[in-house]
Design a protein around this ligand. Structure first.
Ligand SMILES: CC(C)(COP(=O)(O)OP(=O)(O)OC[C@H]1O[C@@H](n2cnc3c(N)ncnc32)[C@H](O)[C@@H]1OP(=O)(O)O)[C@@H](O)C(=O)NCCC(=O)NCCS
Length: 189
């Protein structure tokens, strides 16, 4: 398979934040932004893969600043990494106030997508042609994130299976939770 450059699938989606996207506080719903991120991730991944793609996981969604109705949101997506059938699409989201010209960076997130064939099976994607130092940096960072995520999952799964409720109940003492009447006894049984 021929490698495809990052630029082949680089995609920007710009959308006006209309009142229908607002939450009760008058600002844009986080879910609206997530949906737009999923859309742009799909467009970018499908262009690189030349196949239908599905979203498998999302890393690092922290909204650093609120987005207001009336702002123009741009989602800039590029393929950062490809595996055999999976791709990581990095998405930088900015919100622009057209009147004041101020631009804020609301978040950068990473969507892992998998290409599927006509029988709905994961299918191989073209390698990624890295043409700039940024392309190389993003590829290496994605490899690191993948490695850290798999070691986190392994550690957490181990910790979970060893976490006996009765032995850990004391850790709740200074937390802002309260055991319902009788639950303490139920846990001992
Ligand atoms: C993602 C999916 C295809 C994986 O299927 P699978 O039988 O486990 O296939 P594989 O083990 O061959 O994994 C395929 C690729 O997905 C990657 N993958 C699987 N689970 C993953 C996860 N949780 N996070 C990141 N990558 C993952 C694998 O590493 C592999 O990548 P590679 O080929 O580049 O090495 C399958 O779980 C699926 O279809 N999920 C539903 C996705 C979907 O419908 N999304 C929309 C939600 S509405």
């Amino acid at each position: 398979m021929l490698a495809k450059p990052v630029n082949h699938s680089r995609t920007t989606l710009t959308e006006l934040m209309i009142p229908a996207y607002a939450n009760f506080g008058g600002r844009v719903h986080g879910g609206t932004l997530l949906s737009l991120m999923d859309k742009v991730a799909y467009a970018c991944a499908a262009k690189h893969a030349g196949q239908y793609c599905v979203t498998v996981s999302v890393d690092n969604v922290n909204f650093r600043q609120p987005v207001e109705v009336g702002e123009l949101v741009s989602l800039m997506a590029s393929v950062n990494y490809v595996g055999r059938t999976s791709l990581v699409v990095g998405i930088k989201v900015i919100a622009e106030n057209v009147k004041s010209g101020s631009v804020k960076h609301t978040n950068t997130s990473y969507f892992t997508m998998v290409a599927k064939d006509d029988a709905d099976r994961p299918t191989e994607v073209p390698p990624l042609l890295l043409e700039t130092p940024d392309d190389v940096r993003r590829f290496l960072e994605a490899m690191k994130r993948k490695e850290l995520r798999s070691s986190f999952s392994e550690h957490f799964d181990n910790a979970k299976t060893r976490m006996l409720l009765t032995e850990n109940i004391g850790k709740l003492t200074n937390e802002r939770c309260q055991l319902a009447d009788g639950l303490d006894q139920d846990l001992q049984d």
